[in-house]
Design a binder for this molecule. Structure first.
Ligand code: NI
Length: 403
């Protein structure tokens, strides 16, 4: 089967590249992926793969029936970012201000490619494969929950979910599998500090919200450096601040937005409380008022160790041991793959797309980010063969509860 998958990958490689370029040209915002949805649907239709568009959203669910009873899902995200593309590629974004700068175009092409390959394997596939094309990975609350509600993991019930993310830090030709947490809980917060406005020349008659905010932001740094154990990974960042009207007016109000990244349930609960405490104490010292609002984002994504071992073995088998590594993965990023992996065992395969010699060195979310397209074939082989190996082991049957 390994050689058969490799030769199908070679035969269909021009298609993988064509699909990726076509999808790259039409980047769309989260939950607005309608052209992308139509394109995916048309590729699946021409491959003769059963699928449906998810009602009320821009997702697509596909199904490949093989010759067995186990079920495994392959998941891709679909959305792009609000970035003006500066790659200069002939197939660059046709949508000014939007760009596939997180590689979701490659993710879709790889899952579509794996679908093509597995469809060709047909009855020799020892089970069935569910395809999940999911909108809105980049924007909380994310599209994963809408796909799960639409039945992505049911009827038939899937035993495991495999996803992928491109990684420009990993050289093209290689993949990485990381058992355990691959992303952090990504919660956001909004803060408003209200003082008392006044004339810039009479600060003693006012409460300067800008000064209180400055003091608060400085003290906030001690949450991570002095309150959280160095053994715990936590990030607290203020990403936006605004306040004040004019140079000679003491500002009455300052608004801020920030993000908290944590890896454990305990830290996820405690860190917002620590931030609130610093805010209250700082505000009260100056007679200002502080408001804190937490907006919960994605939970941390966990790669099942047993499934990671199976995927690592499948990847070493089909790509070679030296091409299968581990990496820090998404580090403290957020990833709504977490919602699938909370329900069934899941693994994200990181697919190397970097190539210094070809200038493919820009990081994710950069306006010049691009992949070495040789990675598409590698990703398809890794995903298709991992799915095959999972089903071949007789796993994912509806009576198999996974864990
Ligand atoms: Ni991404």
């Amino acid at each position: 089967m390994k050689d058969r998958i490799l030769s199908l990958c070679e035969r269909f490689e021009p298609k993988f590249i064509k699909m990726r370029r076509a999808l790259h040209a039409i980047p769309e915002a989260s939950f607005k992926e309608s052209k992308t949805q139509a394109k995916i649907s048309s590729y699946l239709r021409s491959a003769g793969i059963d699928h449906r568009r998810t009602p009320g959203s821009t997702g697509v669910l596909g199904f490949i029936r093989g010759g067995g009873t186990g079920n495994v899902a392959l998941r891709s995200d679909m959305d792009a970012l609000n970035i003006m593309e500066r790659t200069g590629l002939p197939f660059a974004s046709h949508h000014p201000g939007f760009m596939h700068a997180c590689g979701h175009d490659a993710h879709m092409a790889i899952i579509l490619g794996a679908a093509l390959v597995l469809k060709h394997v047909g009855k020799d596939l020892p089970g069935n494969v569910r395809l999940i094309f999911q909108p809105a990975e980049e924007t909380s609350p994310g599209g994963a929950l809408t796909m799960i509600r639409a039945g992505a993991l049911r009827s038939p019930r899937v035993g495991a979910v495999l996803g992928l993310h491109v990684d420009p830090v990993i050289k093209v030709g290689k993949v990485a599998v990381n058992p355990g947490f691959i992303s952090a809980a990504a919660d956001e917060f909004r803060i408003a500090i209200t003082g008392k406005g006044g004339h810039g020349s009479s600060p003693h008659k006012s409460v300067d919200a800008v000064m209180v905010a400055a003091d608060f932001i400085t003290s906030l740094q001690t949450v991570v450096s002095r309150r959280v154990s160095p053994m715990d990974s936590v990030v607290v960042s203020i990403g936006r601040i605004s306040g004040g009207e004019k140079s000679n007016i003491i500002a009455e109000r300052v608004d801020m937005e920030g993000t908290v990244r944590t890896k454990t349930a305990e830290m996820r609960r405690r860190v917002p409380a620590m931030i609130t405490k610093v805010l209250r104490a700082t505000c009260s010292a100056y007679g200002a008022k502080g408001e804190f609002k937490l907006v919960k984002g994605y939970p941390p994504a966990f790669c099942d160790p047993g499934l990671s071992a199976l995927v690592t073995s499948a990847c070493s088998d089909i790509l070679g041991r030296s091409r299968t590594t581990t990496s820090p993965g998404l580090e403290m990023g957020g990833e709504d793959f977490a919602y699938y992996a909370e329900r069934v065992p899941g693994v994200v395969i990181f697919v190397g797309v970097g190539n210094g010699a070809k200038g493919k060195t820009h990081l994710l979310h950069h306006s010049r980010f691009d992949i070495d397209e040789g990675a598409l074939r590698v990703g398809v082989a890794a995903l298709a063969y991992s799915a095959y190996r999972y089903l071949k082991e007789g796993r994912g049957k509806s009576d198999d509860t996974g864990r």
